[in-house]
Write a protein that binds this ligand. Structure first.
Ligand SMILES: [Zn+2]
Length: 122
């Protein structure tokens, strides 16, 4: 049985604005989201406060979304420090095929809502 599903790998990049940054960010700093892993190929540090603000959004941005979903259109996230001008751009950079069986020990169940179930709720 094919148990594949698709996620997007993400790039999260620091974007400068006209307001100064007060945290340790540097414009262009970035990390990647590959499956369940955060990868820091270019920087050895990243603000834990910014990371805390970004983490809840990343699993949703990894998944296919409905065209009208704000989670699809909104990809600029402000730094949680109200005095800091940094923003973070979340970009989908590639698709990654995942196997359900390699991600969890919980079997695929028929009781879970499927994408077509959401169309009936509209
Ligand atoms: Zn900041």
């Amino acid at each position: 049985m094919n148990d594949n599903f698709t996620l997007y790998d993400l790039k999260v990049e620091v974007i400068a604005t006209d307001k100064p940054m007060v945290c340790s960010h540097k414009a262009g700093d970035y990390f990647l989201v590959e499956g369940e892993n955060l990868v820091f190929p270019q920087t050895h540090s990243f603000s834990m406060y910014s990371l805390a603000a970004l983490l809840p959004l990343l699993p949703a941005k990894q998944r296919p979304l409905q065209g009208n979903d704000w989670m699809l259109s909104d990809s600029l996230i402000a730094c949680p420090d109200p005095n800091c001008g940094a923003k973070f751009r979340i970009t989908r950079i590639r698709k990654r095929i995942q196997s359900h069986g390699k991600c969890t020990a919980v079997p695929i169940g028929e009781e879970h809502l499927q994408p077509e179930d959401f169309r009936q709720m509209d």
